[in-house]
Write a protein that binds this ligand. Structure first.
Ligand SMILES: Nc1ncnc2c1ncn2[C@@H]1O[C@H](COP(=O)(O)OP(=O)(O)O)[C@@H](O)[C@H]1O
Ligand SMILES: [Mg+2]
Length: 285
């Protein structure tokens, strides 16, 4: 069965997209899983780090990104075609990873996201149109072992469309006050949503990103998260921690082609850390 995992944090800039892309690449290349990345974030960072920007802009203009899917609902049209929208063999590693596909996002989602609540909640909608994504991709799901959804940093309708189809969600977070601030809100809101729609969405855990070993704050926040996890207030904190490095930031550049994941993520710790993170993730799902 396809395992669908959303990554979410209410704060931007916590390394969420980088982690989602890396997990997708490691699952597909190192573990031979068939993976689809769905970029729900209007910031389109996952999209442009996995595919050529010019090709993406053309697709966006042709109605072959998620913008068209949501626009169809507003305009009562049906232009979106999932088979045309999905980009096969994405990533700058090895000229594209055979097992890795992408459903691209669009900057245009920023403009339409506020109008989405105006779509009438029909028979299949709970209180808002949260099944749009499910209806669009249900026909292709069985082609994949994993679907990773990069959510925007909010719990709006677009995010809920991703959560709706997810079996699990991951919370990447920098171990500081602002990045962990929204965790109770995420847990509470998704738990309520889960009750409303009557399906099971399991919090897989918190993954520490951009960790600085010398930082007293980072270490004390991690300690605090672990205490809350041990009291079942929070989900588990992953054993694997992604450190802050210069190399990771460079890895997001699609225009730099590399041959291997080791080359992309550097010969140092980062490659190993993502490799271990992927294995840890696989041990929980
Ligand atoms: N572990 C890391 N070390 C250093 N820079 C990172 C790391 N992870 C991500 N980055 C960089 O930080 C910025 C924000 O990361 P990103 O993954 O886009 O965050 P988010 O999706 O949470 O907004 C990007 O420029 C990215 O390349
Ligand atoms: Mg992002």
């Amino acid at each position: 069965m396809t395992k669908i995992i959303s990554t979410i944090n209410l704060k931007g800039g916590v390394g969420k997209t980088q982690m989602t892309v890396a997990l997708a690449e490691f699952l597909s290349l190192s573990h031979n899983k068939k993976v689809l990345v769905i970029d729900l974030d209007p910031q389109t960072n996952a999209t442009v780090s996995l595919m050529d920007e010019t090709a993406w802009r053309t697709k966006d203009q042709n109605g072959e990104t998620l913008l068209q899917l949501f626009k169809d609902k507003l305009d009562k049209t049906s232009r979106f075609n999932i088979a045309n929208a999905v980009v096969k063999k994405v990533s700058n590693v090895g000229g594209g990873i055979g097992n890795l596909d992408l459903l691209p996002s669009s900057l245009g989602l920023i403009e339409i996201q506020d109008s989405l609540p105006l779509i009438p909640a029909g028979r299949f909608y709970v209180t808002s149109p949260v099944t749009i994504l499910r209806d669009a991709i249900s026909g292709i799901l069985d082609q994949y072992d994993f679907v990773l959804i990069d959510c925007p940093p909010n719990l709006g309708i677009i995010t809920l469309n991703g959560i709706y189809i997810s079996n699990y969600y991951l919370i990447p977070s920098i171990p500081d006050i602002l990045s962990t601030y929204g965790i109770p809100q995420i847990l509470g809101r998704i738990s309520n949503f889960k009750k409303e729609i009557g399906t099971d969405i399991e919090p897989l855990g918190i993954v520490i990103s951009m960790y600085r070993a010398q930082s007293k704050l980072h270490n004390s926040v991690i300690q605090d998260l672990k205490v809350k996890a041990s009291q079942n207030e929070y989900p588990r904190v992953f054993k694997t921690v992604i450190p802050l490095t210069v190399r990771t930031a460079e890895a997001a550049d699609f225009s730099v082609s590399v041959n291997t994941l080791r080359q992309k993520y550097g010969y140092g710790r980062v490659y190993e850390d993502y490799e271990i993170l992927t294995k840890e993730l696989l041990s929980y799902v």
